[in-house]
Design a binder for this molecule. Structure first.
Ligand code: URA
Length: 429
């Protein structure tokens, strides 16, 4: 196969020939096509986007570029979930035990955070002892015994995505709906999923802030996923303000545990639970399971599954009994300077304040501090009196807390006018 011709067909906007997209995926995975040719093809695909059929073909070729987890023998339905990433998004950590308690089998690869959006792996690693480096055999074994396994990305599954994503990152070709679609779905198929739930975040704390672009990605994920043989639900959800109360690694795990344990929740935590239950219902519907996620929380079954999951992956079980772990030395509550209605809790602003506290990475090499972050007490539309808490900062030092407070004063605005609460789901009319 002459790769120059494959590039030229894409450059000229012609339909791919059979084998073109497999050559891209295989060439990226095994290094047989040099980076300069792959980069040229990616730019051509950016300028002349792939059709839905071509996106499905590329997705399958990328999924098959390495090993594909064979879940046969495990109880159906085989489930996976993906979020495009946001501030305070701890949904995966709470959703998976709820779904496993309802009878699903989950084998999931998750990512680390980069920039203001956190990653599930960093959050779980805040739990002392929690291991996230499972090989595919260990993931399957764990899922066979408990229904649930979660690991960081392994180069053995969908290696084409790793190579293509690294090139997209440095060639200005990330923001392309078919390429994003193939990247997300290929990892789900390689991990052996048959049903997937996808959360496309939209707002200042997400990588997409334009609603129309997010809707386009949502539609592409559904159409391509179905063309590739998956059962898919995709929703567009609000990321203009943080999700729930906690932002920061250990704080987010504590919130996820509280929700799964059915603890009493603050209003901002309850907003997270509302989104979680809606995703749980969507997941059960697409998997054809008749169960009530609120009931498995109330019965304690979801918390039991979560405990077993953490224990199986080496996590310290005492995190379920007390919140007195990974506690930052400085805690400072910032209060409203005047009465009014909260008009803005900028996910972008809160995300950057928490990143500066040390909860995230600016470069892949940065070491994160699991203890630090913020608990947001208000959401857009909340009425506050002067002196009422807006946010509690968890910092490694007083100087860090000062810097975070200055940023959070900008991020959280209180005004005189009435403001309606923001909708959680932006794909509803
Ligand atoms: N997330 C992914 O996994 N891939 C992309 O291309 C963008 C977001």
């Amino acid at each position: 196969m002459n790769f120059v011709e494959i590039i030229a067909r894409r450059r000229d906007g012609l339909a791919s020939m059979p084998g073109d997209l497999a050559a891209v995926a295989q060439g990226a995975a095994d290094g047989s096509v040099p980076d300069y040719q792959l980069a040229a093809w990616l730019m051509a695909a950016f300028l002349n986007p792939l059709s839905t059929q071509e996106t499905a073909e590329l997705t399958l070729a990328m999924a098959k570029s390495g090993e594909v987890l064979d879940r046969s023998g495990l109880p159906h339905p085989w489930f996976d979930k993906h979020s495009t990433g946001g501030v305070g998004d701890k949904t995966t950590i709470a959703l998976l035990p709820i779904l496993v308690a309802c009878g699903m089998t989950v084998v999931k690869m998750s990512g680390r955070g980069l920039g203001m959006t956190g990653g599930t792996i960093d959050k779980l690693e805040a739990v002392p002892g929690f291991r996230t480096d499972l090989e595919p055999e260990a993931m399957l074994d764990l899922a066979r015994r408990t229904g649930l396994a979660l690991s960081g990305q392994t180069p053995r599954l969908a290696p084409a995505d790793k190579a293509l994503y690294a090139l997209r990152d440095v060639t200005g070709t990330v923001a392309n709906v078919p390429l994003i679609t193939a990247s997300i779905l290929s990892k789900k198929i390689a991990a052996g999923a048959e049903c997937v739930v996808l959360d496309v975040k939209c707002g200042s704390g997400a990588f997409m802030s334009d609603l129309q672009a997010a809707q386009t990605l949502r539609q592409s994920l559904v159409q391509t996923g179905e063309a590739a043989g998956l059962r898919v639900v995709a929703r567009v959800t609000d990321m203009d303000q943080p999700l729930g109360a906690a932002v920061g690694n250990a704080l987010e795990v504590k919130e996820a545990i509280r929700v799964v344990q059915g603890a009493e929740l603050s209003p901002t935590e309850a907003r997270f639970r509302d989104l979680l239950l809606e995703f749980a219902r969507d997941s059960l519907a697409v998997a054809g399971i008749d169960a009530d996620p609120a009931a498995v929380i109330a019965s304690g079954r979801a918390a039991e599954v979560m405990r077993q999951w953490f224990a199986e992956q080496g996590g310290d079980g005492s995190v379920f009994d007390s919140e007195d772990w990974a506690v930052a030395p400085v805690q400072r509550t910032m209060v409203a300077e005047r009465a009014g209605t909260v008009s803005q809790v900028s996910a972008h602003g809160v995300g950057h304040a928490v990143l500066n506290l040390g909860a995230g990475r600016r470069t892949k090499e940065d070491v994160i501090d699991p203890r630090v972050g913020a608990i947001v007490h208000v959401a857009v539309g909340t009425r506050v009196q002067a002196g009422e808490p807006l946010v509690t900062i968890h910092a490694a030092s007083e100087a860090d807390a000062d810097a975070a407070e200055a940023m959070l004063r900008q991020a959280i605005q209180v005004g005189e006018a009435e403001v309606a609460p923001r909708r959680l789901f932006l794909d509803e009319s």
